[in-house]
Design a protein around this ligand. Structure first.
Ligand code: MN
Ligand code: MN
Length: 426
């Protein structure tokens, strides 16, 4: 048996060597004539840990900065295989639209073709800078990343909503609900928006100025029972993002918008900044925000912090694709796409990641500091299935016959999902 294996190894070596170097049949015959000893003396170049084997040199040209940021594309783990569509797009590559009151850029299915179900927008507003009153067909989920803003909306019963949000807080504007965002003092804000449609386009929303400009003035006059000249000053071109005066006291605006119909209170806002983590382990923590605690949202979120060395455990999501946004630190993720396909990509602050529904993955902190990122789902309830949970709650004998990891390892897997490894509390 041993001899047989050895023989087939030698045969395989001959073939792959021939493939790699185009060695002639005559030369191969010579090597074969040397017998097993001669074959062993020939060193097959294989990928090496140090990546300095003869078959791994790269005389260039090369983008060294990008290669350094993407070590798992430069030299993929040996477990990567086949073709997985790219699942990363840095916001740094997106066109930035700069206006008087701030700027914005977006990553949609047009930038990242795999991201068919969700899209994201980064926005910066100056102190007083306004994202014009508008609405869209999609739901808008948001997290404030820096500074603070005043947000407004009106629902279909005419109830008003005005709230201030600070870094770490969320909001959700349901589909078709008109809204606005305004940066507050001293330095405005920076935030991320997530939409439940990959084809969303922030530059094609329903804007109040755009609509009124494209409605006959006499119809506007009839609608409000005022002279047509009332609308002479409506801007001919959309405002989109523009510089304005800072708003007045919050309570005054809240009282004003509630007149006659009432207030929506804080219905569309969620104070995630003061929320206790859902789960804490030695490896990090996670806040899960879905419709169980934020009833208005059709989009669920996990805000994950991985400490250095921490691992978001192997898992998948049975009810939605996952849209990711990296807030801080460095990490890597492998997505397994079945039928031997697997790909690892590296992530850092400002990158978008994407995983199709039920494709398994992990996220590992590969940096010196905390890795902070968002997992976003087009589903009102957060759901995942973890590898460990699956292994712990499947008959051990059956699992052992698949994997051969040993019964004691299977018995020791925690019965409750750990979410973040290492599992022990600090
Ligand atoms: Mn919007
Ligand atoms: Mn996930």
């Amino acid at each position: 048996m041993e001899d047989k294996l050895k023989g087939s190894d030698v045969q395989e070596t001959k073939l792959s060597r021939r493939e790699a170097f185009g060695i002639s049949s005559a030369a191969l015959a010579t090597v074969a004539a040397l017998g097993p000893l001669g074959a062993e003396a020939f060193q097959e170049p294989k990928p090496s840990d140090k990546h300095n084997a003869p078959n791994e040199t790269d005389p260039g040209p090369q983008n060294h900065a990008l290669a350094a940021e993407n070590p798992d594309s430069e030299w993929p783990p040996m477990s990567d295989h086949g073709t997985i569509k790219p699942f990363k797009y840095p916001f740094s590559f997106a066109r930035k639209r700069v206006e008087s009151g701030g700027w914005t850029r977006q990553v949609t299915v047009r930038e990242l073709p795999v991201s068919t179900e969700m899209a994201g927008v980064e926005m910066r507003l100056t102190a007083g800078g306004v994202r014009e009153l508008h609405w869209h067909v999609e739901a808008e989920w948001a997290i404030m990343l820096n500074g603070s803003a005043r947000i407004t909306a009106v629902d279909s019963t005419g109830k008003g909503f005005v709230n201030d949000v600070i870094a770490g807080d969320l909001w959700l504007f349901p589909p078709g609900i008109p809204h606005s965002i305004q940066g507050l003092g001293p330095d405005g804000c920076r935030f991320l928006l997530v939409f439940d449609n990959g084809a969303f386009n922030e530059f094609h929303t329903f804007l109040i100025t755009d609509w009124l400009t494209h409605t006959p003035k006499e119809v506007l006059a009839k609608n409000f029972n005022v002279p047509a000249s009332t609308f002479d000053k409506v801007p001919k071109k959309e405002l989109f993002i523009f510089q304005a005066e800072l708003p007045g006291p919050l309570h005054e605006e809240q009282e004003q918008v509630a007149q006659g119909t009432g207030s929506l209170g804080s219905l569309y806002a969620f104070k995630a900044s003061t929320m206790k983590p859902t789960k804490v382990t030695r490896g990090g923590e996670v806040k899960i925000i879905d419709s169980k605690i934020f009833p208005v949202t059709p989009i669920s979120a996990a805000i994950v912090t991985l400490k250095p060395g921490g691992l978001r455990e192997l898992h998948w999501h049975p009810n939605s694709d996952e849209w990711q946004y990296y807030i801080a630190g460095k990490g890597r993720m492998t997505v397994f796409g079945a039928a031997t396909d697997a790909r690892t990509m590296d992530f850092q602050a400002g990158d978008v990641g994407y995983i199709p529904i039920s494709n398994p993955h992990y996220i590992e902190n590969t940096g010196e500091g905390d890795l902070v990122f968002l997992e976003m789902f087009k589903a009102s309830q957060y759901q995942d299935v973890s590898l460990a949970e699956w292994m712990a709650h499947t008959p051990h004998q059956l699992m052992e016959q698949h994997l051969g990891v040993g019964m004691s390892m299977l018995k020791d897997i925690p019965k409750q999902e750990i979410v973040i490894a290492p599992a022990e509390r600090s």
